[in-house]
Design a protein around this ligand. Structure first.
Ligand code: HAM
Length: 419
């Protein structure tokens, strides 16, 4: 029996990497006063249709929609931002705090064609800085993504792409001109782009088809339709990124696949993985909360795809985990009280241990521990137990020494300094 196509078990051997990512993100985000929020995985279909946009791929083809027992239209969330915007309103979070800095993590669902780095159930770590229209908020969130990748030692392989897609009015003016221009070349465009000309022409900008890109080269450019105010916002972000020494490329074709963005749009890509190389996507969404029936609250944020980040980490780093566990190997389980006395001390000193409770003999237990990379073993043999002694064996060097049980605490104190 296999899991559903596009879904995966996350096995204990990988969990350490997941925990490492979350630990680093959690500490950093805590320092910047981002608070964790957890929203339901299941939301009304209506929410995502309103937020993400009717003509986007996500809403059109990728959502896991179904009707519940009461015939309500519900959806497994394809992303986190819509739910956060809804949560801000449902809980009136804006009343007590002018700023809400939030972070979240968890599974998202999109019915896409699975391949490496693209799953139907995947995980995002995301942040949303809600309550400021100032460029400093954009810079803060971009910088945080960059810092997380730096602490995970992945920043060298990543590049930041940045664009300003202006406000709704500017985009409407541009879209009108773009549609006019592309209509002239409709027959030469790829099939997907032909379909998008009247429904979502901006998405044609990031088409991967060479011919379409050729045609776009002579077309209208979004930047020419931006007001002084929009350009100023964008310039300030660029200047600050320069100051912070965060490298970026301006990509005037970057528009993102969700409709709620305005002004800043950005993506962090990797050079190492060939397919699905967008690790992080984000941008500003100043109208989303108002669009859902709330007050006008500007916001900016991003989400990192954890599976894609892990592919990069595994390609780049030696993620082998050093086994710091202490293996307790007994000749038999006859003198259980003594075993508990030893375990209690290990626990008191917060050492991780594994008691071998299999039926095999002691030599086989030692071989088994050695095979899984164990360094330190505590051997409890009947002979020593009667003398209240313990044998410590170092599997990597073969050295061993006998200590008195009464000296175990002192020995552990020493062990902790070298493990
Ligand atoms: P997004 O670009 O749709 O943005 O997704 C963010 C990241 O999720 C992607 O860059 C990618 O790493 C990961 N991702 C997306 N789809 C898949 C998939 N099928 N399999 C594996 N990973 C995937 C958003 O979701 C926005 N909510 C980001 C945001 C937050 N904007 C503002 N605030």
């Amino acid at each position: 029996m296999q899991p559903l196509r596009g879904t995966k078990d996350i096995l204990p051997s990988d969990i350490k990497i997941w925990q490492n990512i979350y630990d680093i993100a959690k500490n950093l985000l805590h320092n910047y006063n981002y608070k964790e929020i957890r929203t339901p995985i299941l939301e009304s279909t209506d929410l995502f249709e309103k937020c993400i946009g009717d003509f986007t791929d996500i809403v059109n083809k990728e959502m896991y929609n179904f009707k519940d027992q009461s015939a309500r239209r519900v959806t497994l969330r394809p992303e986190g931002t819509s739910s956060i915007a809804r949560a801000i309103l449902s809980n009136k979070l804006y009343l007590n705090n002018h700023m809400n800095r939030l972070w979240y993590s968890g599974p998202m669902f999109r019915y896409e064609r699975p391949q490496q780095g693209r799953q139907r159930q995947f995980h995002q770590l995301g942040i949303e800085c809600i309550g400021s229209e100032k460029p400093i908020a954009d810079i803060e969130v971009i910088q945080l993504a960059y810092k997380i990748l730096t602490q995970l030692k992945c920043n060298q392989e990543c590049s930041l792409e940045l664009n300003s897609i202006g406000n709704i009015k500017e985009r409407e003016m541009y879209t009108e001109q773009l549609t006019k221009y592309l209509t002239k070349y409709a027959k030469e465009l790829d099939e997907d782009s032909q379909r998008r000309i009247h429904k979502n022409p901006l998405r044609i900008l990031d088409s991967k088809i060479n011919k379409t890109q050729e045609i776009l080269k002579d077309g209208p450019v979004l930047k020419d339709y931006l007001s002084i105010e929009s350009l100023k916002h964008f310039d300030e972000i660029c200047e600050n990124l320069d100051y912070l020494k965060i490298k970026y490329n301006i990509n005037s074709y970057l528009v993102r696949g969700l409709d709620y963005y305005n002004y800043t749009a950005f993506e962090i890509k990797t050079q190492l993985t060939h397919h699905q190389n967008t690790l992080c996507g984000g941008g500003r969404y100043d109208n989303l909360i108002e669009q859902l029936g709330g007050p006008k609250i500007p916001a900016v944020g991003w989400a990192i795809g954890i599976e894609r980040l892990i592919i990069l980490m595994k390609q780049k780093l030696n993620t082998e985990i050093i086994d710091k566990k202490i293996y307790i190997l007994t000749e038999d389980l006859y003198n259980i009280n003594f075993i508990w006395d030893v375990i209690n001390i290990l626990e008191e000193y917060n050492l991780q241990f594994e008691l071998d409770i299999t039926n095999i003999n002691l030599n086989k237990k030692i071989r088994k521990a050695s095979k899984v990379g164990a360094k330190t073993c505590i051997l409890l043999r009947n002979n020593e137990i009667t003398k209240k002694q313990i044998l410590i064996k170092w599997l990597n060097t073969g050295k061993q020494q006998t200590i008195l049980f009464s000296n175990l605490k002192q020995y552990i104190y020493y062990l902790k300094t070298i493990l």
